[in-house]
Design a protein around this ligand. Structure first.
Ligand code: FES
Length: 302
């Protein structure tokens, strides 16, 4: 028996009009703090997206506040139930560590959230409301503990813990239901060379869409060389064939992720994953492609 219908929850949150101004405020904060158009800020955004990690950074950092605040809640409940204060310093420290982790998770989360749209963006705003509220309670908890008001510190901490669980649940919804942070590029590429189009139909210097079996591809021809990547952007499935060429890379038209045409490596986020790349050859005037990993392995085996 299912307790909560995940899809319905997303729809309900999407209808909450009071989240509109919250979204606008978060967008304004992201715009002024993270979204400046210079190469230094691009590197900062890349770091926060996790392009260097091959995986989004935000869910890695969220383990810090959740783990620390779970520890604090267990120690607080022990103190509350037994009156024994021997773990109170540990609980206070866990609250503080959780606050530091929450600040990092919030920055990385905001950086990812600003490049979402529609329902996932609205659900993400609700996720932020839960987590910011949890952090506010934990801040109050930490201050009360420093003032020696243990009962109030513990009460604020437990309220924050309940909110952080709500935020974590919505974070799971964003990944598993709304598919935010997962790899949207196709993973199954042809293992054997397949012909996709006559060479003469591929104009030089222009991105061109093609198809190999079930997989949409983007092709680019420069001189004798032809490059091929999966067309659906790893970030949220944007059409790379409608993107922009920058040197030997292609920039996604939806949120600006940039991938190397030579090997599919992600050069700029918000994508955190590389784009699947295909090896290309020309036989009898036809362009043929196969999964570049197969070609690499074949070269290594020779
Ligand atoms: S879909 Fe978001 S950058 Fe491509």
């Amino acid at each position: 028996m299912r307790i909560i219908d995940m899809e319905q929850i997303g729809d309900v949150i999407n209808e909450l009009e009071w989240l509109g101004p919250v979204e606008k405020s978060l967008d304004a904060v992201a715009e002024t703090t993270l979204n400046q158009k210079n190469s230094f800020m691009q590197q900062v955004r890349n770091f926060l997206h996790g392009t260097w990690l091959g995986h989004p950074l935000h869910p890695v950092i969220t383990d810090v506040p959740l783990g620390a605040w779970t520890t604090a809640a267990v120690l607080d409940l022990y103190e509350f139930a037994s009156g024994d204060k021997k773990f109170s310093r540990g609980a206070d420290m866990a609250v503080g560590i959780g606050l530091i982790g929450a600040a990092g998770a919030a920055v990385a989360g905001l950086n990812d959230w600003q490049f979402t749209n529609d329902k996932p963006k609205r659900v993400g705003a609700m996720h932020a409301v839960f987590n910011l509220s949890a952090t506010a309670f934990y801040l109050a908890s930490w201050l009360e503990r420093r003032r020696g008001n243990r009962a109030s510190g513990i009460a604020n901490g437990l309220a924050g813990f309940a909110l952080s669980l709500g935020g974590a649940w919505l974070g799971g919804h964003l990944v598993y239901q709304e598919k935010i942070g997962v790899n949207h590029a196709p993973q199954q590429l042809p293992e054997k060379f397949v012909a996709i189009m006559p060479l003469e139909e591929l104009p030089p210097g222009k991105l061109c869409r093609a198809r190999a079996g079930d997989v949409d591809l983007v092709l680019f021809r420069r001189g004798e060389r032809i490059y091929a990547l999966a067309e659906k952007c790893a970030h949220l499935g944007g059409p790379l064939a409608e993107g922009k060429i920058e040197g030997l890379s292609v920039r996604c038209p939806w949120h600006g992720s940039r991938f190397s045409l030579e090997n599919g490596r992600v050069l700029d986020g918000p994508a955190a994953y590389d784009q699947p790349c295909l090896a290309v050859r020309v036989r009898n005037g036809l362009i043929e492609v196969r999964d570049a990993r197969v070609s690499r392995n074949a070269r290594r085996a020779e």
